[in-house]
Design a protein around this ligand. Structure first.
Ligand code: NZQ
Ligand code: ZN
Length: 394
Protein backbone atom coordinates (compact mmCIF):
# COMPACT_ATOMS: atom_id res chain seq x y z
CA UNK A 1 0.00 0.00 0.00
CA UNK A 2 1.25 3.47 -0.84
CA UNK A 3 2.21 5.99 1.85
CA UNK A 4 -0.45 8.60 2.46
CA UNK A 5 -1.37 11.62 4.58
CA UNK A 6 -4.92 11.74 5.89
CA UNK A 7 -5.96 15.15 7.18
CA UNK A 8 -9.65 15.70 7.94
CA UNK A 9 -9.74 18.43 10.58
CA UNK A 10 -13.40 19.46 10.19
CA UNK A 11 -15.62 19.13 13.28
CA UNK A 12 -18.85 17.44 12.15
CA UNK A 13 -22.13 18.10 13.95
CA UNK A 14 -24.60 15.68 12.41
CA UNK A 15 -28.31 15.31 13.06
CA UNK A 16 -31.53 16.99 14.09
CA UNK A 17 -31.26 20.53 15.50
CA UNK A 18 -27.51 20.63 14.89
CA UNK A 19 -28.02 24.02 13.16
CA UNK A 20 -28.67 25.55 16.59
CA UNK A 21 -24.97 25.02 17.38
CA UNK A 22 -23.77 27.46 14.70
CA UNK A 23 -23.18 30.43 17.02
CA UNK A 24 -21.31 28.40 19.63
CA UNK A 25 -19.14 26.78 16.96
CA UNK A 26 -18.22 30.12 15.41
CA UNK A 27 -17.22 31.34 18.87
CA UNK A 28 -15.21 28.18 19.55
CA UNK A 29 -13.18 28.76 16.39
CA UNK A 30 -12.56 32.42 17.20
CA UNK A 31 -15.12 34.18 15.02
CA UNK A 32 -16.40 37.57 16.24
CA UNK A 33 -17.47 39.27 13.01
CA UNK A 34 -19.04 36.96 10.44
CA UNK A 35 -19.93 37.00 6.76
CA UNK A 36 -22.98 34.73 6.29
CA UNK A 37 -22.91 33.61 2.66
CA UNK A 38 -25.79 31.85 0.88
CA UNK A 39 -27.31 31.10 -2.51
CA UNK A 40 -30.40 31.92 -4.50
CA UNK A 41 -32.93 31.78 -1.70
CA UNK A 42 -33.67 28.17 -0.69
CA UNK A 43 -32.30 28.84 2.81
CA UNK A 44 -34.42 31.99 3.09
CA UNK A 45 -37.58 30.10 2.12
CA UNK A 46 -36.86 27.18 4.46
CA UNK A 47 -36.16 29.48 7.42
CA UNK A 48 -32.68 28.02 7.93
CA UNK A 49 -30.95 31.36 7.40
CA UNK A 50 -33.03 32.92 10.19
CA UNK A 51 -32.09 30.08 12.54
CA UNK A 52 -28.37 30.62 11.82
CA UNK A 53 -28.64 34.38 12.32
CA UNK A 54 -30.49 33.86 15.61
CA UNK A 55 -27.84 31.40 16.77
CA UNK A 56 -25.13 34.02 16.05
CA UNK A 57 -27.13 36.74 17.83
CA UNK A 58 -27.46 34.53 20.91
CA UNK A 59 -23.66 34.51 21.13
CA UNK A 60 -23.47 38.29 20.50
CA UNK A 61 -21.66 37.70 17.23
CA UNK A 62 -21.89 40.47 14.64
CA UNK A 63 -22.68 39.41 11.06
CA UNK A 64 -23.15 40.68 7.50
CA UNK A 65 -25.30 38.83 4.95
CA UNK A 66 -24.25 38.13 1.37
CA UNK A 67 -26.60 36.01 -0.77
CA UNK A 68 -26.81 35.42 -4.51
CA UNK A 69 -24.42 32.51 -5.08
CA UNK A 70 -25.49 30.62 -8.23
CA UNK A 71 -24.69 27.00 -9.13
CA UNK A 72 -21.25 27.05 -10.81
CA UNK A 73 -20.39 30.03 -8.56
CA UNK A 74 -19.01 33.13 -10.21
CA UNK A 75 -15.76 34.94 -9.49
CA UNK A 76 -17.55 38.32 -9.71
CA UNK A 77 -19.51 37.61 -6.50
CA UNK A 78 -16.32 36.29 -4.89
CA UNK A 79 -14.64 39.64 -5.60
CA UNK A 80 -17.64 41.44 -4.09
CA UNK A 81 -17.37 39.25 -0.98
CA UNK A 82 -13.66 39.99 -0.66
CA UNK A 83 -14.37 43.74 -0.72
CA UNK A 84 -16.98 43.34 2.03
CA UNK A 85 -14.64 41.23 4.20
CA UNK A 86 -11.86 43.81 3.90
CA UNK A 87 -14.16 46.77 4.57
CA UNK A 88 -15.98 45.16 7.50
CA UNK A 89 -12.94 43.38 9.00
CA UNK A 90 -14.69 40.02 8.79
CA UNK A 91 -12.87 37.26 10.70
CA UNK A 92 -15.09 34.20 9.96
CA UNK A 93 -17.31 33.06 7.08
CA UNK A 94 -20.36 30.85 7.51
CA UNK A 95 -21.56 29.17 4.31
CA UNK A 96 -25.24 28.18 4.43
CA UNK A 97 -26.04 26.02 1.42
CA UNK A 98 -24.42 23.60 -1.00
CA UNK A 99 -21.12 23.16 -2.80
CA UNK A 100 -21.48 26.39 -4.75
CA UNK A 101 -22.00 28.50 -1.63
CA UNK A 102 -19.21 26.70 0.24
CA UNK A 103 -16.80 27.10 -2.67
CA UNK A 104 -17.65 30.78 -3.03
CA UNK A 105 -17.06 31.18 0.71
CA UNK A 106 -13.69 29.42 0.47
CA UNK A 107 -12.70 31.67 -2.44
CA UNK A 108 -13.61 34.77 -0.43
CA UNK A 109 -11.72 33.33 2.55
CA UNK A 110 -8.64 32.77 0.38
CA UNK A 111 -8.85 36.06 -1.48
CA UNK A 112 -9.35 38.47 1.41
CA UNK A 113 -5.82 38.23 2.83
CA UNK A 114 -4.27 37.70 -0.61
CA UNK A 115 -2.71 40.76 -2.22
CA UNK A 116 -3.27 39.82 -5.87
CA UNK A 117 -6.49 39.08 -7.74
CA UNK A 118 -8.17 35.92 -6.45
CA UNK A 119 -8.38 34.36 -9.93
CA UNK A 120 -4.56 34.08 -9.92
CA UNK A 121 -5.02 31.24 -7.40
CA UNK A 122 -7.44 29.41 -9.69
CA UNK A 123 -4.98 29.77 -12.55
CA UNK A 124 -2.57 27.88 -10.25
CA UNK A 125 -0.05 30.70 -10.48
CA UNK A 126 0.26 31.40 -6.76
CA UNK A 127 -0.74 30.04 -3.34
CA UNK A 128 -2.13 31.63 -0.18
CA UNK A 129 -0.33 31.84 3.14
CA UNK A 130 -3.47 32.30 5.24
CA UNK A 131 -7.25 32.28 4.94
CA UNK A 132 -10.23 33.46 6.93
CA UNK A 133 -11.72 30.39 8.67
CA UNK A 134 -14.90 28.96 7.15
CA UNK A 135 -17.77 27.04 8.79
CA UNK A 136 -20.52 25.24 6.88
CA UNK A 137 -24.23 24.58 7.32
CA UNK A 138 -24.88 22.03 4.58
CA UNK A 139 -28.21 21.79 2.70
CA UNK A 140 -27.35 19.40 -0.14
CA UNK A 141 -25.21 16.26 -0.03
CA UNK A 142 -23.23 16.36 -3.25
CA UNK A 143 -19.95 18.24 -3.70
CA UNK A 144 -18.39 17.16 -0.40
CA UNK A 145 -16.94 20.65 -0.06
CA UNK A 146 -17.97 20.67 3.61
CA UNK A 147 -14.87 18.59 4.42
CA UNK A 148 -12.70 19.01 1.32
CA UNK A 149 -9.78 21.32 0.63
CA UNK A 150 -11.17 22.33 -2.76
CA UNK A 151 -13.01 25.32 -4.15
CA UNK A 152 -14.29 25.37 -7.74
CA UNK A 153 -15.11 28.75 -9.27
CA UNK A 154 -16.32 29.88 -12.68
CA UNK A 155 -14.90 32.97 -14.36
CA UNK A 156 -17.66 34.47 -16.53
CA UNK A 157 -14.95 36.05 -18.64
CA UNK A 158 -14.19 33.11 -20.95
CA UNK A 159 -16.45 30.50 -19.30
CA UNK A 160 -13.52 29.05 -17.37
CA UNK A 161 -14.24 26.73 -14.43
CA UNK A 162 -11.18 26.04 -12.30
CA UNK A 163 -10.31 24.69 -8.88
CA UNK A 164 -7.97 25.80 -6.15
CA UNK A 165 -7.08 23.24 -3.46
CA UNK A 166 -5.46 24.13 -0.16
CA UNK A 167 -5.67 22.57 3.30
CA UNK A 168 -6.07 26.09 4.70
CA UNK A 169 -9.56 26.03 3.14
CA UNK A 170 -10.85 22.93 4.91
CA UNK A 171 -13.89 24.08 6.91
CA UNK A 172 -13.52 24.35 10.69
CA UNK A 173 -16.96 22.82 11.21
CA UNK A 174 -19.74 21.25 9.17
CA UNK A 175 -23.30 21.21 10.45
CA UNK A 176 -25.39 18.54 8.75
CA UNK A 177 -29.05 18.07 9.53
CA UNK A 178 -30.62 15.70 6.97
CA UNK A 179 -34.01 17.39 7.56
CA UNK A 180 -32.68 20.42 5.68
CA UNK A 181 -32.33 18.29 2.56
CA UNK A 182 -36.05 17.36 2.46
CA UNK A 183 -36.79 20.36 0.22
CA UNK A 184 -34.29 19.36 -2.46
CA UNK A 185 -35.82 19.01 -5.93
CA UNK A 186 -35.51 15.55 -7.52
CA UNK A 187 -32.96 16.83 -10.04
CA UNK A 188 -30.62 18.18 -7.36
CA UNK A 189 -31.04 15.03 -5.28
CA UNK A 190 -30.03 12.86 -8.23
CA UNK A 191 -27.16 15.15 -9.27
CA UNK A 192 -25.90 15.05 -5.68
CA UNK A 193 -26.02 11.25 -5.48
CA UNK A 194 -24.11 11.05 -8.77
CA UNK A 195 -21.43 13.47 -7.58
CA UNK A 196 -20.96 11.51 -4.35
CA UNK A 197 -20.55 8.29 -6.31
CA UNK A 198 -18.13 9.92 -8.70
CA UNK A 199 -15.93 11.25 -5.90
CA UNK A 200 -15.58 7.65 -4.79
CA UNK A 201 -15.10 6.26 -8.29
CA UNK A 202 -12.50 8.87 -9.26
CA UNK A 203 -10.33 7.48 -6.47
CA UNK A 204 -11.31 3.84 -6.98
CA UNK A 205 -10.30 3.62 -10.63
CA UNK A 206 -6.56 3.91 -10.23
CA UNK A 207 -3.56 1.72 -10.92
CA UNK A 208 -3.12 1.05 -7.19
CA UNK A 209 -4.92 -2.18 -6.34
CA UNK A 210 -3.42 -3.09 -2.98
CA UNK A 211 -5.35 -0.95 -0.49
CA UNK A 212 -7.92 -3.41 0.87
CA UNK A 213 -9.48 -1.12 3.49
CA UNK A 214 -9.94 1.73 1.04
CA UNK A 215 -11.34 -0.59 -1.64
CA UNK A 216 -14.00 -2.00 0.63
CA UNK A 217 -14.94 1.41 2.10
CA UNK A 218 -15.34 2.78 -1.43
CA UNK A 219 -17.51 -0.12 -2.54
CA UNK A 220 -19.69 0.24 0.56
CA UNK A 221 -20.21 3.96 -0.01
CA UNK A 222 -21.24 3.32 -3.61
CA UNK A 223 -23.68 0.59 -2.65
CA UNK A 224 -25.24 2.67 0.14
CA UNK A 225 -25.82 5.63 -2.18
CA UNK A 226 -27.29 3.37 -4.88
CA UNK A 227 -29.62 1.81 -2.32
CA UNK A 228 -30.87 5.06 -0.80
CA UNK A 229 -30.98 7.45 -3.79
CA UNK A 230 -34.12 5.83 -5.29
CA UNK A 231 -35.74 5.87 -1.83
CA UNK A 232 -35.29 9.62 -1.30
CA UNK A 233 -36.49 10.32 -4.84
CA UNK A 234 -39.72 8.50 -3.97
CA UNK A 235 -39.89 9.71 -0.36
CA UNK A 236 -38.15 13.11 -0.05
CA UNK A 237 -38.77 13.24 3.70
CA UNK A 238 -37.30 9.85 4.52
CA UNK A 239 -34.85 10.91 7.28
CA UNK A 240 -33.06 7.58 7.45
CA UNK A 241 -32.19 7.52 3.74
CA UNK A 242 -31.41 11.25 3.53
CA UNK A 243 -29.02 10.74 6.46
CA UNK A 244 -27.21 7.82 4.81
CA UNK A 245 -26.63 9.84 1.66
CA UNK A 246 -25.56 12.95 3.55
CA UNK A 247 -22.87 11.17 5.53
CA UNK A 248 -21.75 9.22 2.47
CA UNK A 249 -21.29 12.56 0.70
CA UNK A 250 -18.76 13.75 3.25
CA UNK A 251 -16.87 10.47 3.47
CA UNK A 252 -16.69 10.26 -0.30
CA UNK A 253 -14.75 13.51 -0.54
CA UNK A 254 -12.82 13.98 2.71
CA UNK A 255 -10.06 11.80 1.21
CA UNK A 256 -11.01 8.65 3.16
CA UNK A 257 -11.51 6.80 -0.13
CA UNK A 258 -8.19 8.14 -1.41
CA UNK A 259 -5.94 6.64 1.26
CA UNK A 260 -3.29 4.59 -0.51
CA UNK A 261 -4.25 5.39 -4.08
CA UNK A 262 -3.48 8.23 -6.46
CA UNK A 263 -6.94 8.52 -7.97
CA UNK A 264 -7.89 9.55 -11.47
CA UNK A 265 -10.07 12.71 -11.66
CA UNK A 266 -10.24 12.80 -15.46
CA UNK A 267 -14.06 12.65 -15.50
CA UNK A 268 -14.21 15.67 -13.19
CA UNK A 269 -11.78 17.66 -15.28
CA UNK A 270 -13.57 16.77 -18.50
CA UNK A 271 -16.93 17.65 -16.89
CA UNK A 272 -15.79 21.01 -15.55
CA UNK A 273 -15.39 22.22 -19.13
CA UNK A 274 -18.96 21.15 -19.91
CA UNK A 275 -20.41 23.03 -16.92
CA UNK A 276 -18.07 25.96 -17.66
CA UNK A 277 -19.32 26.21 -21.26
CA UNK A 278 -22.97 25.13 -20.94
CA UNK A 279 -23.72 25.96 -17.25
CA UNK A 280 -25.10 22.44 -16.66
CA UNK A 281 -25.32 20.79 -13.23
CA UNK A 282 -22.00 19.24 -12.22
CA UNK A 283 -23.46 15.85 -11.18
CA UNK A 284 -25.38 15.49 -14.44
CA UNK A 285 -22.25 16.35 -16.42
CA UNK A 286 -20.34 13.60 -14.64
CA UNK A 287 -23.02 11.00 -15.47
CA UNK A 288 -22.92 12.08 -19.12
CA UNK A 289 -19.15 11.63 -19.38
CA UNK A 290 -18.30 8.68 -17.13
CA UNK A 291 -19.49 5.81 -19.40
CA UNK A 292 -17.40 7.12 -22.31
CA UNK A 293 -14.38 7.72 -20.10
CA UNK A 294 -14.75 4.18 -18.71
CA UNK A 295 -14.94 2.54 -22.14
CA UNK A 296 -11.96 4.57 -23.36
CA UNK A 297 -9.67 3.77 -20.42
CA UNK A 298 -10.76 0.39 -19.01
CA UNK A 299 -8.11 -1.61 -20.86
CA UNK A 300 -5.50 0.03 -18.58
CA UNK A 301 -6.77 -1.89 -15.53
CA UNK A 302 -9.49 -4.20 -16.80
CA UNK A 303 -9.53 -6.29 -13.62
CA UNK A 304 -10.43 -3.22 -11.61
CA UNK A 305 -13.43 -2.52 -13.85
CA UNK A 306 -14.44 -6.19 -13.59
CA UNK A 307 -14.16 -6.05 -9.79
CA UNK A 308 -16.33 -2.91 -9.77
CA UNK A 309 -18.90 -4.66 -11.98
CA UNK A 310 -19.15 -7.63 -9.63
CA UNK A 311 -18.73 -6.02 -6.18
CA UNK A 312 -20.66 -2.78 -6.78
CA UNK A 313 -23.02 -3.34 -9.70
CA UNK A 314 -23.91 -6.96 -8.88
CA UNK A 315 -22.85 -8.33 -12.28
CA UNK A 316 -22.16 -12.07 -12.53
CA UNK A 317 -18.46 -12.58 -13.13
CA UNK A 318 -17.56 -14.01 -16.50
CA UNK A 319 -14.23 -15.52 -15.48
CA UNK A 320 -13.33 -16.13 -19.11
CA UNK A 321 -13.66 -12.47 -20.08
CA UNK A 322 -12.84 -9.59 -17.74
CA UNK A 323 -13.58 -7.35 -20.72
CA UNK A 324 -17.17 -8.55 -20.91
CA UNK A 325 -17.66 -8.35 -17.14
CA UNK A 326 -16.34 -4.78 -17.19
CA UNK A 327 -18.68 -3.79 -20.04
CA UNK A 328 -21.68 -5.22 -18.18
CA UNK A 329 -20.67 -3.12 -15.15
CA UNK A 330 -20.57 0.05 -17.22
CA UNK A 331 -23.97 -0.76 -18.72
CA UNK A 332 -25.40 -1.41 -15.25
CA UNK A 333 -24.13 1.98 -14.12
CA UNK A 334 -25.74 3.62 -17.17
CA UNK A 335 -28.99 1.88 -16.26
CA UNK A 336 -28.76 3.18 -12.70
CA UNK A 337 -28.05 6.76 -13.80
CA UNK A 338 -30.99 6.59 -16.21
CA UNK A 339 -33.25 5.24 -13.45
CA UNK A 340 -32.57 8.30 -11.28
CA UNK A 341 -33.06 10.71 -14.18
CA UNK A 342 -29.44 11.42 -15.06
CA UNK A 343 -28.14 11.83 -18.63
CA UNK A 344 -25.67 9.27 -19.94
CA UNK A 345 -24.41 11.21 -22.94
CA UNK A 346 -23.83 14.83 -24.00
CA UNK A 347 -27.00 15.10 -26.08
CA UNK A 348 -29.12 14.16 -23.09
CA UNK A 349 -27.15 16.62 -20.96
CA UNK A 350 -27.10 19.70 -23.19
CA UNK A 351 -30.21 19.05 -25.29
CA UNK A 352 -28.22 18.75 -28.53
CA UNK A 353 -25.00 17.32 -29.88
CA UNK A 354 -22.08 19.67 -29.38
CA UNK A 355 -20.02 20.81 -32.38
CA UNK A 356 -16.48 19.76 -33.21
CA UNK A 357 -15.38 23.35 -32.55
CA UNK A 358 -16.93 23.24 -29.06
CA UNK A 359 -15.21 19.91 -28.37
CA UNK A 360 -11.88 21.34 -29.54
CA UNK A 361 -12.31 24.39 -27.27
CA UNK A 362 -13.23 22.29 -24.21
CA UNK A 363 -10.34 19.86 -24.75
CA UNK A 364 -7.97 22.78 -25.19
CA UNK A 365 -9.09 24.46 -21.94
CA UNK A 366 -9.03 21.11 -20.12
CA UNK A 367 -5.37 20.59 -21.02
CA UNK A 368 -4.44 24.24 -20.49
CA UNK A 369 -3.77 24.83 -24.16
CA UNK A 370 -2.43 21.31 -24.78
CA UNK A 371 0.34 21.81 -22.21
CA UNK A 372 -0.68 19.12 -19.71
CA UNK A 373 -2.29 15.69 -19.43
CA UNK A 374 -5.37 14.86 -17.36
CA UNK A 375 -6.12 11.80 -15.20
CA UNK A 376 -4.20 9.25 -13.16
CA UNK A 377 -5.35 5.88 -14.51
CA UNK A 378 -4.13 6.94 -17.95
CA UNK A 379 -2.54 10.32 -18.55
CA UNK A 380 -4.96 11.61 -21.16
CA UNK A 381 -3.70 13.99 -23.84
CA UNK A 382 -5.81 16.64 -25.55
CA UNK A 383 -6.40 14.13 -28.38
CA UNK A 384 -7.64 11.49 -25.91
CA UNK A 385 -10.01 14.03 -24.37
CA UNK A 386 -11.38 14.97 -27.79
CA UNK A 387 -12.00 11.25 -28.39
CA UNK A 388 -13.85 10.92 -25.07
CA UNK A 389 -16.04 13.97 -25.80
CA UNK A 390 -16.77 12.48 -29.23
CA UNK A 391 -17.68 9.10 -27.75
CA UNK A 392 -20.04 10.83 -25.31
CA UNK A 393 -21.46 12.88 -28.20
CA UNK A 394 -22.50 9.86 -30.31
O1 NZQ B 1 -29.06 28.62 -4.43
P1 NZQ B 1 -30.16 27.97 -3.67
O2 NZQ B 1 -31.42 28.74 -3.69
O3 NZQ B 1 -29.74 27.59 -2.27
O4 NZQ B 1 -30.54 26.61 -4.46
C1 NZQ B 1 -29.62 25.56 -4.64
C2 NZQ B 1 -29.09 25.45 -6.08
O5 NZQ B 1 -30.04 25.97 -7.00
C3 NZQ B 1 -30.37 24.25 -4.51
N1 NZQ B 1 -30.45 23.78 -3.14
C4 NZQ B 1 -29.43 23.51 -2.29
N2 NZQ B 1 -29.91 23.02 -1.13
C5 NZQ B 1 -31.26 23.02 -1.24
C6 NZQ B 1 -31.61 23.50 -2.52
N3 NZQ B 1 -32.89 23.61 -2.93
C7 NZQ B 1 -33.85 23.22 -2.06
N4 NZQ B 1 -33.59 22.71 -0.83
C8 NZQ B 1 -32.31 22.59 -0.40
N5 NZQ B 1 -32.05 22.04 0.80
O6 NZQ B 1 -29.62 23.31 -5.25
C9 NZQ B 1 -28.99 23.97 -6.33
C10 NZQ B 1 -27.58 23.46 -6.46
O7 NZQ B 1 -26.78 23.92 -5.38
P2 NZQ B 1 -25.19 23.80 -5.48
O8 NZQ B 1 -24.61 24.39 -4.26
O9 NZQ B 1 -24.74 24.33 -6.80
O10 NZQ B 1 -25.00 22.20 -5.51
P3 NZQ B 1 -23.78 21.28 -5.24
O11 NZQ B 1 -23.60 21.05 -3.78
O12 NZQ B 1 -23.97 20.13 -6.12
O13 NZQ B 1 -22.48 22.12 -5.70
C11 NZQ B 1 -22.06 22.11 -7.03
C12 NZQ B 1 -20.78 22.89 -7.18
O14 NZQ B 1 -19.73 22.29 -6.40
C13 NZQ B 1 -18.59 22.08 -7.25
C14 NZQ B 1 -19.23 21.81 -8.59
O15 NZQ B 1 -18.32 21.93 -9.65
C15 NZQ B 1 -20.31 22.88 -8.62
O16 NZQ B 1 -19.78 24.13 -8.99
N6 NZQ B 1 -17.74 21.02 -6.68
C16 NZQ B 1 -17.01 21.32 -5.59
C17 NZQ B 1 -16.16 20.41 -5.00
C18 NZQ B 1 -15.36 20.76 -3.82
N7 NZQ B 1 -15.32 22.03 -3.44
O17 NZQ B 1 -14.71 19.91 -3.19
C19 NZQ B 1 -15.95 19.08 -5.58
C20 NZQ B 1 -16.98 18.69 -6.57
O18 NZQ B 1 -16.44 17.72 -7.41
C21 NZQ B 1 -17.53 19.79 -7.39
O19 NZQ B 1 -16.68 20.08 -8.51
ZN1 ZN C 1 -17.76 16.38 -8.02
Amino acid sequence: MKNFTYYAPTQVEFGKQSENKAGKLVKKFGGTNVLVHYGGGSVVRSGLLDIICKSLEEQNIKYTLLGGVVPNPRVSLVREGIEICRKENIDFIVAVGGGSTIDSSKAIAAGTNYEGDVWTLYRHEDRIKSAIPVGVVLTIPAAGSEMSDASVITNEDGGLKKDYCDSLLRPKFAIMNPEHTFTLPEWQTACGATDIMMHTMERYFSNDDDMDVTNVVAEAILKVVMEHAPIVLAEPENYHSRAQIMWAGSLAHNDLTGCGNDGDWATHNIEHELSGMFDVSHGAGLAAIWPSWARYTRHQNINRFARFAVNVMGVTNNFKSAEETAELGIRAMEKFYTSIGMPINIKQLVGRNVTDAEIEEMADKCTNGNTMTVGGLIKLTKEDIINIYKLANE
